[in-house]
Ligand binder design. Sequence first.
Ligand SMILES: [Zn+2]
Ligand SMILES: [Zn+2]
Length: 518
Amino acid sequence: MQEHLDQLVFAPSLAARHAEMDGELRRARGRGVRDDADQCPRLEVQPRTRPQRAEDRLGRQVDELLHDWIGVRGLVDALHVRVAEKLATQLFALLVHLAHGHDRPPWIRVAPRPAGPQPRDGLRRAPRIGKIGRIVCHSPPCRARCTPSRGRSASRRAAWERGPRPEARRSTVVASPEDEGRLTDVRVATWQGESRFTLDDAPEPVAGPGQVVVAVHAAGICGTDVHATQGLFPWKPPLVLGHEYTGVVRAVGRGVSRSLVGRLVGCEPSYGCGKCAECEAGRVSQCPQCVRVGGFAERVALPARNVHPLPRGLDPVTAAMTEPAACCLAGLETFRMPRGATVLVIGGGIMGLVTMVLARRRGARRLILSDPIEERRQIARHLGASMVIDPVHENLRDKVMELTGGRGADVVCEAVGKPELVAEAVGMTKPTGFFQLVGVNPKGSRLALDLWDVHFREIRIGGAFGRGTAYRRALTLMPKLGLKRLVTARFPLEQIGEAFAHAAAGHGVKTMITPAKA
Ligand SMILES: [Zn+2]
Ligand SMILES: [Zn+2]
């Protein structure tokens, strides 16, 4: 109500003021005084409309066309240029948008613009849509490249029509700056038979299509390597041993992402033909044409699928034990671990200890480990063993039966590789239990076993050779297993002989060769 009263009071005086100002303005104009119309309180400001720039240009072109007496045909051509330009720009923007966010460059083929009336000479031509051959997304930033559609040979044109071969999308071999200038030879430690090793210069490995070159950071000595030098494993010298290694990717071949260069990776040390039934099932170690790439070398070339970036929190020396861990995991994955199982592991070497740790992760509750070396029993305690047994001073069988109420363990893993120990250990497995061969017995070993006992008590005996398909799963688990303490000695590549002597003497758990200076 008060507002209405205010309006009633003030409205007449405002109208009078406007009339007064109008009179003043008219008088001022008559006297030649400056026009202050924009000071008028009743001034209405109309928005000024500015034609769009494209319309300006089009307008200018139309003006020019008309001015030049080109006529209606020229006007149609000018409109054609504008519409085609607009469509091409929008299509291009859409393609760039689609390409953005992909880590591989998508190839996009666009049908060339259908033949039709072309703009007459002298006018700017519409961009040819068919020119947009490839959009490469480097995000960020997202960049687009055009493949010229003219002047190329028939074969290049055909290749462009096909698009890139999958393995050839990125075809650059990259070497890291610190390697430049010294990529000439690479040192490898060659096993020459028995316990003899030589340090040789070999040609620098080259990353072929689909391959990477890895500078080896750490390579573990496996019990199998030691057995080979003792004549207990059927490998023939000369040979570059070492199948447990990690390193840094130094170069990539055609078809391999450059983002791998400089990354720490765990290496699967062998690959198969890729065609046989074993390869298709992922059992590369069973492929008749399996190729093993020895890691006791400064650099090795491997298929890119064999290298896996290390997970966060895993150092490259500990990660070198991923391969034996994968072998243990592949063995444990051959059967279903009974929930809350009691697991007896005989042998506290790397395979026994890792098997014990992985058994817990697979549901075992009580872990019993037997080893005559106190240092290993100590490590087993740290890794979670419920009970450790010294078989030299205690009767292993009596102790196990005492701990399991006379039934035996649900799962028994023999991780030493002695046939007589295997025969004894089968007797410590409970009825319907699992017996797992983890240690590698010498070739030709015979098992003196009471087969009636195996049949009557329904013991399942199994084993696994190699990592199967378990490498990546093992690598994911590695940071959680606490295995760092298992690396008990490191030697440079030059001292590989001493390193093997150290490992063969049974010192510590895992002996590492470190070709790259840490
Ligand atoms: Zn091994
Ligand atoms: Zn194969």
